[in-house]
Each structure stands twice: as structure tokens, then as C-alpha cells.
Design a binder for this molecule. Structure first.
Ligand code: SF4
Ligand code: SF4
Length: 413
């Protein structure tokens, strides 16, 4: 097989960093010669749900990767993602809510929301043209960083599907739905990342991408072939790969051949296999989203009147409750005024908060240091099993996420 891949078992930030550095050394001959090459990191920042819910990229991986690239001498590093169009439409910055902007500032790299980029048009099905962010076309090296998760429309969302975030704004993203699997492959024919790093640390099972359950898989997958990696992920999650719409299509089109299957079968991966709960939407959402009926639904959804209706808080909430819309676009921002440490609740020998800090702070001791350069990601607060770290300020949109994920996050991490 021309394109091998690596599975890395890891957990704490230091462990992630060490193992990712070692693995990336194997791929260093792929990196551009010129140190001022434009390197674009395309993380999965689907919604404003942090990595520990299983929805978005773990900032520890992003942090470790940026450190690796800097050690190698690259300085022209850009993080670029066109987040879920509903957030874009509601003028909510997922990049800011997930503190990717603070991480970028910490390392002195750029971050851009590709939803606002200049579009370069590529062909979709039936003569439709869709705009991909020009940064993808101008980059010298692209690293795709998807989350390992289930997806109620596509089966699973990993490398191939993550590239939907390369499309500019809602006006282009909505074009994918006319023929989702084919259009995802259309994007992948034009945007070809040089490397893929899959975040399978805290993955998502069940009704992904935003209503699923976090699952601690504790792995990263690194490789160059997105079809092979996605096929591996289906195997690891015990999914019939033909239920993943992009893989089925790729196989029908002869992209995935029997060599791919033989390669996956040859891997010693039993220790990493863990059955994922399938994404099952409720009856109403499944009925509407069935491929046979979806085009009629889209014809209605894309009318001006429906778009207006969907943008109102009341109707938007009805869509969320019906399951037709997965996200609840809460406008209230979080106001962070620091974390306080209750020593009495802290357990001796526990290292969890330090293990999850994406900038490697020596926690919990450094929490109260004024100049600790905390990026406010709240991972330490979210994982502490004893709630020894207390949030100061207003939770805003995060309050809703905590209602759904607080208990499970503390257990699963
Ligand atoms: S995670 Fe909580 S209990 Fe564990 S060391 Fe940190 S503060 Fe203490
Ligand atoms: S101290 Fe806590 S909130 Fe700050 S960067 Fe580390 S994990 Fe995130």
C-alpha cells in the first residue's frame, strides 16, 4: 500500500505532544522545503461545542502540531475553518467561543474564518458551482484535522466530510446537500490535504454531529490518504463502511479498491476497535432527511420566507426540538472572569486538569498565577472529577452545553 497510516494511543497533553512529534517525524519528508511556506491547518470546528463533547478538534492536538511546525522552523502558519453555517448565519464566532483565537494568539499564528474568504469556484453535481476558500488554493501545505464522530446524514464524519468547512459561507455550504456524498467527494477532488490528523481522543457516537455522546477512544490517526483513514475509522467504530455514504460512493466509483480493504485487514488494530452507537434521528427527522425526500425539503428550506422564519428564535427553537435542526444557536456569550481553586476538594495524586491543559500549565497550582497566559478553554474546569475548579463570571451559551454534557464529560475524560 502506497500510503500507510499510524494509530497513536495517547491521553495527556505531554503524551500527545511526545507521540505526535515522533509520528510526524516519519512524515517530515513531505513538509515543504521553504520555511516561509504557507501552512494551513484545517481543524474541525463544527459548532461551539468543545472537544470534550466529541464535536470539535481537541486544542491539545492543535497546540502540539503548531509546536512541532515551529520547531521545524515554519512561521507562516494559519488555522482556517469555515464553521457550521448556522453559526455563521447567526453571527456567532465558533472560533472565538472555542478559544481557538486565544490559542492562535498564544503561539503567534493566524486564524481565519473561511466563511468570510474569497471563493474559488469548483464543480458540484448538476452543473452547480460552489465556492471554496481561496486560502486552500494558495496554501503550500494543508493539514486536515477532523474529529472522529458519527453523523446522522453521512453515517460518519472524518477526513472526507471535514472538508465541507472549506466552503465559503452558508450560500455555498447549502449546495452540498443537493447530493451530499457526491459533493463531498467533489470537494476532495479539488482540495487535497497533504496530511490528515484525526482526533479520536474523545470521539462522538450516537446522534452526531451535535447531539451525540462523547466516547473516550484515546487515539490519533495520522496518514496521507483520507479514503483509507475513513475506512479504518469505520472499522474501528464497527460500522459497515457501506453505511458511510462517502465510503460507499468512493467504493462504487472504484476509488476504494480491494487493496484498501486488504491493507486495513493486515493492521493489528483489535485493541483500538470499539463499537460506536449508530446515529439514529427521530422518525420525523429521518423521514424528512431521507435522500428521496430531502430535495423537496431543501426546495422549501431554501426559500426566502423559510430562511427568514428559520432565523427567528421561536421557529429556530421549534426546528431544534423537532430534530430537524441539530444546533441551538444561543446568542449569549460567556463572560470569563477566571477560575478559582478549592484545595479542599482536590484529590491527591490526580493529574487530570494538567493532562487536559492545551498549553501545558502546571495545574492546579498555576491556576491562580496572574501571568499564566491561560487561553480560557475551560478544559480543566470541565474535566475535574471533584469540581475543585470553579468558574467565575457568566456561563452564557455554555450553560446549555453543561446541562447536556457536564456529568458525562467529567466521567468520560
Ligand atoms: S482535576 Fe481536580 S481533583 Fe484533579 S488535580 Fe485538578 S483540581 Fe485536583
Ligand atoms: S488553565 Fe484551564 S482554562 Fe486555562 S488554558 Fe489550561 S485548561 Fe484551559
Amino acid at each position: 500500500m502506497e500510503f500507510p497510516l499510524n494509530i497513536i494511543k495517547c491521553s495527556s497533553f505531554n503524551n500527545i505532544k511526545e507521540k505526535l512529534f515522533n509520528t510526524l517525524e516519519c512524515y517530515s519528508n513531505l513538509l515543504p522545503e521553504s520555511k516561509d511556506a504557507k501552512i494551513l491547518l484545517k481543524p474541525n470546528l463544527n459548532a461551539n461545542m468543545n472537544a470534550l463533547t466529541g464535536n470539535t478538534i481537541d486544542l491539545r492536538i492543535l497546540s502540539a502540531l503548531i509546536q512541532f511546525l515551529k520547531v521545524k522552523g515554519y512561521y507562516n502558519i494559519v488555522i482556517g475553518e469555515g464553521t457550521n453555517s448556522g453559526y455563521y448565519r447567526n453571527n456567532i464566532s465558533v472560533i472565538s467561543r472555542l478559544k481557538v483565537d486565544n490559542l492562535a494568539k498564544y503561539y503567534g499564528v493566524k486564524v481565519i474564518d473561511l466563511n468570510f474568504s474569497e471563493p474559488v469556484y469548483i464543480n458540484f453535481e448538476d452543473g452547480v458551482k460552489a465556492g471554496v476558500a481561496e486560502e486552500l488554493c494558495n496554501a503550500d501545505f494543508i493539514i486536515n484535522m477532523p474529529k472522529f464522530k458519527t453523523h446522522f446524514e453521512a453515517g460518519m464524519s472524518v477526513c472526507l466530510k471535514n472538508l465541507i468547512g472549506c466552503l465559503v459561507g452558508q450560500e455555498n455550504k447549502k449546495k452540498t446537500h443537493e447530493d451530499l456524498a457526491r459533493n463531498i467527494l467533489n470537494i476532495n477532488k479539488k482540495v487535497i490535504p497533504h496530511l490528515h490528523i484525526v482526533d479520536g481522543l474523545i470521539a462522538m457516537e450516537g446522534l452526531g454531529p451535535t447531539k451525540g455522546i462523547p466516547k473516550n477512544l484515546g487515539i490519533l490517526i495520522v496518514g496521507t490518504n483520507p479514503f483509507l483513514i475513513d475506512l479504518l475509522c469505520a472499522k474501528l467504530a464497527k460500522f459497515d463502511h457501506r453505511l458511510v455514504t462517502t465510503l460507499k460512493l468512493a467504493e462504487d466509483e472504484g476509488i476504494i479498491t480491494k487493496d484498501y480493504h486488504e491493507y486495513i485487514e493486515s493492521l493489528d488494530i483489535d485493541a483500538f476497535i470499539s463499537e460506536f452507537e449508530k446515529p439514529k434521528a427521530n422518525f420525523f427527522a429521518s423521514f424528512i432527511h431521507s435522500p428521496k425526500r430531502q430535495k423537496y425539503f431543501l426546495a422549501i428550506r431554501n426559500t426566502r420566507f423559510f430562511s427568514y422564519l428559520a432565523s427567528t428564535e421561536f421557529f429556530g427553537h421549534l426546528l431544534f426540538l423537532s430534530g430537524l435542526r441539530q444546533d441551538n444557536f444561543i446568542k449569549n456569550e460567556m463572560k470569563f472572569e477566571g477560575l478559582s481553586f478549592n484545595e479542599n476538594l482536590c484529590e491527591k495524586g490526580c493529574t487530570k486538569c494538567a493532562d487536559y491543559c492545551p498549553i501545558g500549565l502546571k495545574l492546579p497550582d498555576q491556576i491562580n498565577e496572574k501571568e499564566n497566559r491561560c487561553i480560557e478553554c475551560l478544559y480543566c474546569f470541565l474535566v475535574c472529577p471533584n469540581r475543585a475548579l470553579e468558574f467565575k463570571g457568566e456561563l452564557g451559551f455554555l450553560a446549555d452545553q453543561l446541562r447536556q454534557y457536564d456529568e458525562v464529560t467529567r466521567k468520560v475524560t
